[in-house]
Write a protein that binds this ligand. Structure first.
Ligand code: PMP
Length: 323
């Protein structure tokens, strides 16, 4: 298919996992014309296999496609690619609690062409890989590192798209975090008084004493996390107030010190919901308000995981059956 979607998607097939052949001049190798999604397939008790909010992943993939001058993929083709891949071997999907089959749909520009312009030959593929818990099983608070050296994305850039270039740009910050004993990095928004933005691969939430949940407002260069929007809905369902707004490091520090902020957690498809234990910064550490995993964090996490794994009723129609 070309960048305008001309020619149509062709040659759909399932291949054994292995290296793919590409021309050394393929556009993706030089100009990073690539987008992807991250999702999971869950096995329910009756053996059926489901995915969570696949329509939102399809919509985000197509939004990324528009930004990266790639062709959009029909939603039905997207869903069919997942169904067919999962159906190859349903035993792929683990049944152990907390495990799932990770699905990685991606689109790359394969045309061999060294000029800079949208490629006219594009390939869409999906990888399936069993995935355990992101932070290694036990749900314990993680330490995150505040980078002031790097920004994740800039105004007018590709921050809202799920494209490889954003992640390439975050790796040096990730190394900085690891050098400081942290598993994830927190980015600030340099276009908004250095307000809290998001983590390398997760969105962030603050729970206030009065039950209000606060998450940074979408600013044009935050990823529109599907877990983020699900958490907002589940919190509202519980009668909690949810605010998308600006929150600064000073408000975080002072809020914890004053007992106003009682829990901080991060969320994403891979990490699900993970309590943040401490924020390490060059100027010192903001410790965890909750000792361990907070009550609100835990309640929302259990409900989310319950819906995904089929033990809590899916009131919002978030599940799509794959097999
Ligand atoms: N922000 C970034 C930068 C991410 O990579 C991810 C993971 N896709 C998220 C947030 C969370 O998004 P989601 O809940 O859709 O997985």
């Amino acid at each position: 298919v070309d960048a305008n979607g001309e020619g149509g998607w062709q040659n759909a097939r399932i291949e054994p996992y292995g290296p793919i052949l590409m021309d050394p001049a393929a556009a993706v190798l030089h100009y990073g014309q690539e987008i992807f999604e991250g999702m999971k397939a869950y096995r329910h008790a009756d053996g059926s296999i489901w995915t969570f909010r696949a329509d939102a992943n399809a919509a985000r993939l197509n939004a990324s496609a528009r930004r990266l001058a790639l062709p959009e993929l029909p939603v039905e083709t997207f869903l069919e690619s997942l169904r067919q891949l999962v159906s190859v071997d349903q035993d792929w999907v683990p049944s152990k609690d907390g495990d799932a089959l990770y699905l990685r749909p991606f689109m790359i520009a394969t045309e061999a062409f060294l000029g800079v312009r949208p490629a006219r030959e594009v390939s869409y593929r999906v990888i399936a890989s069993p995935a355990g818990n992101y932070f290694g099983g036990e749900l314990k608070p993680v330490s995150i590192w505040l980078t002031t050296t790097f920004a994740r994305a800039g105004e007018g850039g590709t921050g809202e798209a799920k494209c490889g270039g954003n992640y390439a740009a975050s790796l040096a910050a990730q190394m900085e975090a690891e050098a400081n004993g942290c598993k994830q990095v927190l980015f600030l928004d340099p276009n908004n008084d250095n307000a809290v933005e998001e983590l390398g691969g997760m969105n962030i939430f603050f729970v206030f004493k009065d039950g209000t949940l606060v998450t940074p407002a979408l600013n044009g260069h935050i990823l529109h996390g599907i877990t983020r929007s699900s958490v907002m809905q589940l919190a509202a369902d519980r009668g909690l107030k949810v605010q998308e707004r600006k929150i600064t490091i000073d408000e975080w520090r002072e809020g914890v010190a004053a007992g106003e902020i009682t829990e901080v957690f991060a969320c994403g498809t891979a990490a699900v919901i993970t309590p943040i234990g401490e924020l390490k910064t060059a100027e010192g550490t903001i410790a965890s308000p909750a000792n361990g995993i907070g009550e609100v964090t835990n309640a929302i996490r259990e409900q989310l995981v319950g819906i995904q794994t089929g033990v809590v009723e899916d009131l919002h129609g978030w599940l799509t059956r794959l097999a």
